[in-house]
Design a protein around this ligand. Structure first.
Ligand code: PPE
Length: 308
């Protein structure tokens, strides 16, 4: 997906022109993957652009930094303001928002402690993450031969730049083999997550999802919203240890993520999931989610932060 440039990027306290938002080649995080980031969406609403669960995303950014022992030079309020300023400056009604905290130029070597943290916020328009038809027809998923990185090797609750090599390897393998997305399992073979999404399975009207901290998956903010929506719709949602075969015999399955939103899984390793079409539970949850993010659901209004 090519990036479409917007007017300004927020860098270390000020809005700079898109072309000026550059770093030195000896930037620490470029060498060691020592950055943390967020992916957030702002949606078009009747009252202008609204950011979905902005506070939770920025709290996770701060938590990710803590897990990597990075100093965060801005408060949550300052980060909130930075995001809103950048969205406003873009003039866009809806966009993807990418805050990034990274270790800058000045020190090299694996000890990050002497490094200064730099922070940026960029926004750009980003449409359907898994293809135009994904939300209706569903995606073809492949179980990756790459295991998900282990929580004993990395603090997997952090959304850290370097960790995404694991996701990229899995994505390349899946795309080269003709699939839309990959799902990674733990080294013990339990289903963990997609390269940029959490997983849900529906069977006999019950919804289950891998327990993030056990399997080393990201604690998804979309997954949290979906669990709340599902329970408000009367479904039971349980964290579970799931195996590959649980996907093969599921009635329905779907992925959730900020970029992907709620996407049905049509097949896994060429086995159809259920009928291979978007199932009724997935559809019901997807409809409420897509209405909630646009401010069309009174009960979830708290999830939106209007840019003004
Ligand atoms: N797991 C992973 C590995 C992940 O990267 C994401 C978000 C999720 C789960 C879902 O988390 P949440 O967005 O809080 O519901 N992936 C982001 C990055 C996408 C990218 O390609 O970059 C996203 O969706 O913004």
């Amino acid at each position: 997906m090519p990036i479409i440039a917007t007017a300004k990027i927020w860098m270390d306290g000020e809005l700079v022109d898109w072309e000026q938002a550059t770093v030195h080649v000896l930037t620490h995080s470029l060498h060691y993957g020592s950055g943390v980031f967020e992916g957030i969406r702002a949606y078009r609403t009747d009252q202008g652009p609204a950011v979905f669960r902005l506070r939770e995303h920025l709290e996770r950014l701060v938590r990710s930094a803590r897990l990597l022992d990075m100093k965060m030079p801005y408060s949550l309020d300052e980060l909130t303001d930075a995001v809103k300023q950048t969205v406003r400056a873009s003039g866009l009604d809806a966009c993807y928002i990418r805050p990034l905290a990274y270790l800058g130029y000045g020190e090299m070597g694996l000890n990050p402690l002497p490094c200064e943290t730099r922070v940026s916020v960029a926004v750009w328009p980003w449409d359907a993450y898994l293809g135009d038809h994904a939300s209706g027809s569903g995606i073809r998923l492949k179980i990756s031969s790459w295991a998900r990185h282990d929580p004993r090797a990395l603090p997997t609750a952090a959304k850290a730049t370097g960790f995404y090599i694991n996701s990229s390897l899995a994505k390349v393998e899946a795309v080269r083999a003709g699939y839309d997305e990959a799902l990674m399992c733990t080294t013990d073979g339990y289903l963990a997550e997609g390269t940029g999404e959490n997983l849900f399975i529906v069977r006999d009207g019950k919804i289950s999802t891998p327990n993030s901290s056990t399997v080393g998956a990201l604690e998804g903010i979309t997954a949290d919203a979906v669990a709340r929506i599902a329970s408000d719709l009367g479904f039971e949602v349980c964290p579970a240890l799931l195996r590959r075969a649980d996907l093969y015999v599921a009635d329905e399955a779907f992925l959730t993520g900020t970029a992907a939103e709620v996407v049905p899984i049509a097949s896994v390793d060429d086995h159809l999931v259920g009928t291979g079409e978007r199932g009724p539970v997935t559809k019901a949850i997807q409809e409420v989610y897509l209405a909630a993010v646009r401010g069309e659901q009174e009960r979830y209004k708290d999830w939106l932060d209007y840019v003004g």
